[in-house]
Design a protein around this ligand. Structure first.
Ligand code: URA
Ligand code: CA
Length: 432
């Protein structure tokens, strides 16, 4: 088999055989196939697309390129959740203890954040003492006992994706649906998930700029899941503004705790119940979605989800006292309100740019080597569709520095006020 023949075959619009796909992935990871040939094939895939069976085979070959996590020692159906990226995305912090409280095993391997989307681990590490370092045995013991644990990346999962993603990033083929879908699904499958609930975000601040592309991506991932024997569903959501009110690590922990106490932002709560009820159903803990939703509401209202969060934080060495004393979380030195320059309705809040403003305050990393300031970030007072009076606070900036002119400029540039505006619908559609 020759790589050049595989490239020209795809270039001319033909489907690749499973052997050809495996030859490419194995050869690329082992270094036998050079970057220039891999990038030519990625570009050919970008233009010619792939069939369902090609995409499933590509995903399998990527999973097989490295280590896979064996969760068979954990009782029950392991359901994982993935989001294609949001700003101020506090979902996992609420969802994990909530579904664990109804007995769904949450065995989560998570990553640190880069750029304007924060990582769940960074947020959890803002709790004093909290650690994701543990042995595989401890991880399994916690999940079997308390149904929840979060561990950092272990092993070399999907090396094919690390190499291919970096190559696509510098050769113009990131925006290919079969390549994005296989990249995401291979990582979830390698991490041991039996079933997967996806959130595919769309809007200015998201990977997929419009609903049509988001639906195509979601549909492709759901079909991969089915092809490789994993129950999969996807929720298409609006990411034209940040989720909830808080953006920043400790600020989002506080928002998650408020939500677990039953008084969180309504959009965050809506999304948590939508994703959570599907996780509960996939895990076989409820017959149908209505029953699943009922179980989750009960767990929230009766305080089981909040108790689960405390137990989870304690298990991982953290100070569970932050639940009753949020002032024990890292606090920024200064708080500045950003006053509205006009009266009217908030019509736009560019999620990615507001995420970048939070990053400039230290809440995120511009490069992998940066350290995070857990205390800083932004708390919105207004969201799209809210009315506002001139001089009223649009948001509060939590900063350790008084030099925030650049942040203020960026925020004003990305929040628009007009004479009328409607609240956007958060959940667009469900693909399953
Ligand atoms: N996220 C991923 O993990 N992979 C892609 O290809 C794009 C977004
Ligand atoms: Ca939030």
């Amino acid at each position: 088999m020759r790589m050049v023949d595989i490239i020209t075959k795809k270039r001319d619009g033909f489907s690749l055989s499973p052997e050809e796909i495996r030859f490419f992935i194995q050869g690329y990871v082992s270094g036998k196939i050079p970057d220039y040939q891999a990038s030519a094939l990625a570009m050919a895939i970008f233009f010619r697309d792939m069939t369902d069976s090609e995409i499933a085979e590509l995903t399998r070959a990527m999973v097989a390129s490295g280590d896979t996590v064996d969760l068979s020692a954990i009782a029950g159906i392991k359901v994982d959740k993935h989001s294609t990226g949001g700003v101020g995305d506090t979902t996992t912090l609420v969802l994990a203890p909530l579904v664990a409280a109804v007995g769904v095993p949450v065995a989560k391997m998570s990553g640190r954040g880069l750029g304007f989307t924060g990582g769940t681990i960074d947020k959890l590490e803002s709790i004093p003492g909290f650690s994701v370092e543990m042995t595989g045995e401890q991880f399994i013991t916690h999940v079997n006992g308390d149904h929840i644990a979060v561990i950092g990346q272990t092993g070399d999962l999907v090396p094919a994706d690390k190499k291919l993603y970096a190559l696509r990033d510098v050769s113009g083929s990131i925006e290919s649906i079969p390549l994005i879908a296989s990249s995401i699904m291979s990582k979830k499958i390698a991490a041991g998930a039996d079933a997967i609930v996806l959130e595919v975000t769309c809007g200015e601040g998201a990977f997929m700029k419009n609903e049509e592309d988001a639906v195509r991506l979601a549909d492709t991932m759901v079909r991969i899941g089915k092809n490789v024997g994993r129950k999969t569903a996807a929720v298409i959501t609006d990411m034209s503004q940040p989720l909830g009110y808080a953006i920043g690590n400790a600020l989002e922990i506080k928002e998650a705790i408020d939500t677990l106490k039953g008084h969180g932002p309504s959009d965050l709560e809506e999304l948590v119940f939508e994703l959570g009820s599907r996780m509960v159903q996939f895990a076989g803990k409820a017959e149908n979605l209505d029953d699943a939703r009922g179980l989750l509401h009960q767990a929230l209202e009766q305080g089981h989800a909040l108790n689960k969060f405390k137990q989870f934080v304690e298990n991982q060495g953290g100070d569970a006292g932050v639940v009753d004393h949020p002032e024990r979380l890292p606090q920024a030195k200064y708080q500045f309100e950003l006053p509205a320059t006009d009266s009217g309705f908030v019509a736009g809040m560019n999620a990615d740019q507001i995420g970048l403003a939070a990053m400039l305050l230290g809440a995120g990393r511009a490069t992998k080597e940066d350290t995070i300031n857990y205390a800083t970030g932004i708390v919105l007072n207004k969201k799209i569709g809210d009315s506002v009076k001139k001089g009223e606070a649009l948001l509060t900036i939590h900063s350790d520095s008084k030099q925030i002119d650049q942040v203020i400029d960026k925020l004003y540039q990305n929040i628009t006020i007009s004479e009328q505006a409607r609240k956007p619908q958060l959940i667009h559609q469900i693909i399953h």
